[in-house]
Write a protein that binds this ligand. Structure first.
Ligand SMILES: NC(=O)c1ccc[n+]([C@@H]2O[C@H](COP(=O)([O-])OP(=O)(O)OC[C@H]3O[C@@H](n4cnc5c(N)ncnc54)[C@H](O)[C@@H]3O)[C@@H](O)[C@H]2O)c1
Length: 596
């Protein structure tokens, strides 16, 4: 028989604690909410009220249910109030000594059978448990932020946690409508172990002025479909909490430099810029605790005029190449009203590309997304050629030929001879240094990267890569062009992986390493990232879609350029590629797709 939990205590009503109180009270469980002082208690009460009021305003909670929910919550200062609860969840700041002190106190105050749980993100549950005389009844219950919304709970058992306690807590999670994954006590568990290296890396990009906060966040949202960008997520987590988690993970998780908190983080914490909870972090918020971002001195001016500032006029665009990307890019430009000159290596190839563009536009017509007249007009704007000479009078060239540096350099040398002055020359390379291509011309100031995502007609993001020789006008032109295509152009430096791949692939590689270490299963890891962090796909689902060979190649490039030991490709990834298990395209990757 599963244990009955009728009253639960929550210690610490900050970012997580207040949300955890709400989760229990929403599910009919009485809660004793405890803080360190009256003012802290009031803040916690206000957070709970704000959250439930918003739920009512959004129609997600009936007013009567809100009132009933509040009646189930009782507030108190000090741990003594917890003498007769069935379970306590601790959510105080991420410091081992503080948590150990609280657990020793809880051990003294609570009934002998009470389960003591910590919501720690990175500290050792085992070390916390030994501060009590009942380590077998101590467990980790790691909720995700915001607790009332995120479905996942990581249940962390130590080597001494009793199996009955694990089973009781798993049953409780189900009652709360949560999905649990049960794992052993390791720094960062599943989700944070995969998340925080990525978050810290993004902060490093921002600190190095590699890209703006808006562009880093937009890149990950639009390029990967994440619910929020990494810097906005840091603000939600709280920079002080994030700092402590990184610091602990660095010390407990093998001193991986990727977890050594970026110095800017410490500075921001010291300066009181803690994220949403203090009203200011990477972004500025309406007031402390508010989710509403307000403009500040770093907010870019988003008017069309500002976007086009210094941009050159573009009416005619050349697209070189005949593959998937070139085909999609031709369609995108023609649909947006540009005159397009497509150049391939022969009229047979041109005919194929033309067919592919027609097929794709026709699909738009069938789906009712494109009028027939607009399709015909778009096709009428494209001319087909097998010689670069026809690019003599275009204003912009987008190159999307094979990903080989020698081929691209030769092409750019030819473009340099053929194209008129002032043309912006763009490469869609995803892994080669743009500066190498630029230096094959005598006009490196006019060369940029325009990294479209596949499929180009659908993906809303373009990375605009500026090299150390690119002029501000060429960058402005590229960005303005992206806007006319209905896409968001994010500007970044010329480094391996640009923004998206540099942040995405090390995370995928880490997931493979976690699987290889047998810490968890592919299914649980995928679950954790989808339900704990709101990712559209788990890492193994995504690897199978992208292709393991492609992923390995990108990861190798990142490793070779940045020499970051943590970026070394996971041996398991290498072995799967060697074995020919490349993902969906070979019907087997991390999963078997032969029956689907
Ligand atoms: N922020 C997140 O996104 C997140 C997600 C999952 C887990 N966690 C974990 O949850 C825990 C709490 O993090 P947070 O972000 O909510 O921190 P927070 O700083 O927002 O809140 C901590 C609260 O604990 C209170 N407190 C401090 N000492 C106390 C004491 N002795 N007795 C009672 N209350 C006390 C503080 O007044 C404060 O309200 C940490 O272990 C953290 O790692 C955080």
């Amino acid at each position: 028989m599963a244990r009955e939990f009728s009253t639960v205590g929550v210690v610490g009503l900050g970012t997580m604690g207040a949300g955890i109180v709400e989760v229990f009270a929403r599910n009919g469980i009485d809660v004793l909410a405890v803080e360190i002082s009256e003012p802290a208690l009031e803040r916690g009460r206000a957070t709970l009220t704000g959250s439930t009021d918003r739920a009512v305003a959004k129609g997600k909670l009936a007013a009567a249910d809100r009132d009933a929910l509040h009646e189930r919550v009782h507030f108190a200062v000090g741990l003594d109030a917890l003498h007769s609860v069935d379970l306590v969840i601790e959510a105080v700041p991420e410091h081992l000594d503080l948590k150990q002190r609280i657990f020793a106190e809880l051990d003294r105050v609570c009934r002998p059978e009470t389960i003591l749980a910590t919501n720690t993100s990175s500290l050792s549950v085992t070390e916390i448990s030994v501060a009590t005389t009942r380590p077998n009844q101590v467990i980790g219950i790691h909720f995700f932020n915001p607790a009332p919304v995120m479905k996942l709970v990581e249940v962390v058992r130590t080597v001494v946690t009793s199996p009955e306690v694990v089973a009781d807590v798993e049953a409780l999670c189900a009652r709360l409508g949560k999905v649990d994954v049960t794992i052993n006590d390791r720094a960062g568990f599943i989700a944070n172990a995969l998340l925080f290296g990525y978050l810290n890396h993004a902060v490093g990009m921002f600190e190095a002025h590699y890209a703006t906060r808006e562009d880093i966040d937009a890149a990950m949202k639009l390029g990967c479909g994440l619910p929020m960008g990494p810097l906005a997520l840091m603000d939600l987590i709280g920079l002080d909490t994030a700092y402590e988690i990184l610091d602990t993970m660095y010390r407990r998780g093998g001193r991986d430099r990727r977890h050594a908190p970026v110095p800017l983080l410490k500075q921001m914490v010291t300066a009181g810029l803690l994220g949403r909870k203090s009203g200011r972090g990477f972004y500025t918020y309406e007031r402390p605790g508010s989710p509403v971002v307000v403009p500040d001195e770093a907010t870019p001016v988003a008017t069309q005029a500002a976007l086009a500032d210094g941009a050159r006029a573009i009416t005619k665009v050349g697209v070189v190449g005949s593959g998937t990307m070139a085909t999609g890019i031709i369609e995108v430009f023609a649909k947006a009203g540009y005159e397009v000159v497509s150049v391939t290596r022969g009229m047979e190839k041109s005919a194929k590309v033309c067919e592919a563009v027609k097929t794709s536009l026709n699909k738009g017509v069938v789906r009712g997304k494109l009028a027939e007249a607009d399709r015909d007009a778009a096709l009428g704007r494209i001319s087909w050629s097998a010689t670069l000479d026809h690019l003599a009078d275009v204003d912009l060239v987008v190159e999307a030929v094979v990903e080989e540096l020698s081929v691209k350099k030769a092409l750019f040398a030819s473009l340099d001879e053929i194209c008129k002055p002032g043309v912006v020359l763009a490469t869609t390379t995803s892994s080669l240094p743009v500066i190498d291509v630029a230096m094959a011309t005598h006009r490196p100031a006019d060369v940029v990267g325009l990294h479209f995502f596949n499929p180009a007609p659908i993906m809303p993001l373009v990375e605009v890569v500026r090299t150390i020789r690119t002029s501000p006008e060429a960058t402005a032109t590229a960005r303005a062009v992206c806007a006319t295509l209905g896409k968001t152009g994010v500007v970044c430096g010329d480094r391996s992986g640009f923004i998206v791949n540099a942040l995405l692939f090390p995370y995928l590689n880490d997931a493979v390493k976690m699987l290889e270490a047998s810490y968890s299963t592919a299914d649980d890891i995928d679950h954790a990232m989808k339900l704990g962090c709101g990712y559209p796909m788990g890492p193994f689902e995504l690897l199978d879609v992208v292709g393991l060979d492609v992923s390995l190649a990108i990861q190798r490039e990142l490793y070779l350029e940045l020499r970051e030991p943590g970026f070394a490709p996971a041996p398991l990834l290498e072995h799967l590629v060697t074995a020919g298990y490349l993902g969906r395209k070979t019907r087997r990757g991390f999963r078997d797709h032969s029956h689907r």
